[in-house]
Design a protein around this ligand. Structure first.
Ligand SMILES: Cc1cc2nc3c(=O)[nH]c(=O)nc-3n(C[C@H](O)[C@H](O)[C@H](O)COP(=O)(O)O)c2cc1C
Length: 190
């Protein structure tokens, strides 16, 4: 059997009492119960990245700042990503957009899938993220989870999915595994 793909599950909220945490834990636990995906949690609260402060754009490469270099290594280490994304004012939470902006080449040619929540299941945030992912030369997947009523589902502190959430996350794992392996093989081939 092929090595499991290394997937970073990035929490798109740093807010006190955030729903991103129970949702992210549910995503990681579900992946651990099947083959093919080795997920690791990335908490942007711990990273505490400043708003992009450097003179050169990340696409120019040649990073010198120690924190940017450390973030680049973390991003580079993965074969793909799952973004846990709420919707803030019909858009991407700033902390998540900044984390995406912070490096460039390390995201390229990797798949990214989205788990959204909010009034419309995070649909508008996810739509905007797919456009950003395109510019980062990523492969944004169609397979998304749009969670409705997240506050009810996570009121115990752990996320309790409904049948639709369970079906959609299964599809997301399947697609991420397929795309992750296809793109990893292509990257390895040069
Ligand atoms: C600044 C801010 C803006 C928000 N804007 C929206 C919105 O446009 N659409 C929506 O469905 N929910 C919106 N919400 C509600 C969030 O979906 C809800 O608070 C969610 O739990 C936020 O994710 P988090 O708990 O992981 O931070 C907003 C919340 C905040 C804090």
């Amino acid at each position: 059997m092929a090595e499991p793909l290394k997937i970073l599950v990035i929490l798109g909220s740093v807010r006190e009492g955030r729903m991103a945490e129970p949702v992210g834990n549910w995503v990681i636990e579900g992946a651990a119960a099947r083959d093919g995906l080795a997920c690791e949690l990335v908490d942007l609260k711990e990273w505490d990245l400043p708003f992009y402060p450097f003179p050169k754009p990340p696409a120019a490469g040649g990073y010198t700042d120690p924190l940017q270099l450390r973030w680049a290594e973390r991003v580079k280490s993965a074969d793909g990503y799952i973004l846990i994304c709420p919707e803030y004012n019909h858009g991407i939470p700033a902390v998540l957009k900044n984390a995406l902006d912070f490096v460039y080449a390390e995201w390229n040619r990797k798949p990214v899938a989205f788990v959204g929540y909010g009034g419309n299941g995070g649909a508008r945030s996810i739509e905007q993220l797919t456009m950003v992912a395109r510019e980062l030369q990523m492969a944004p997947l169609e397979a998304s989870v749009h969670i409705m009523g997240v506050w009810e589902k996570a009121k115990s502190g752990s996320f309790e999915p409904d049948a639709k959430d369970t079906r959609w996350i299964g599809h997301l794992y399947d697609e991420l595994t397929w795309w992750g392996n296809a793109l990893k093989n292509a990257r390895d081939a040069g």
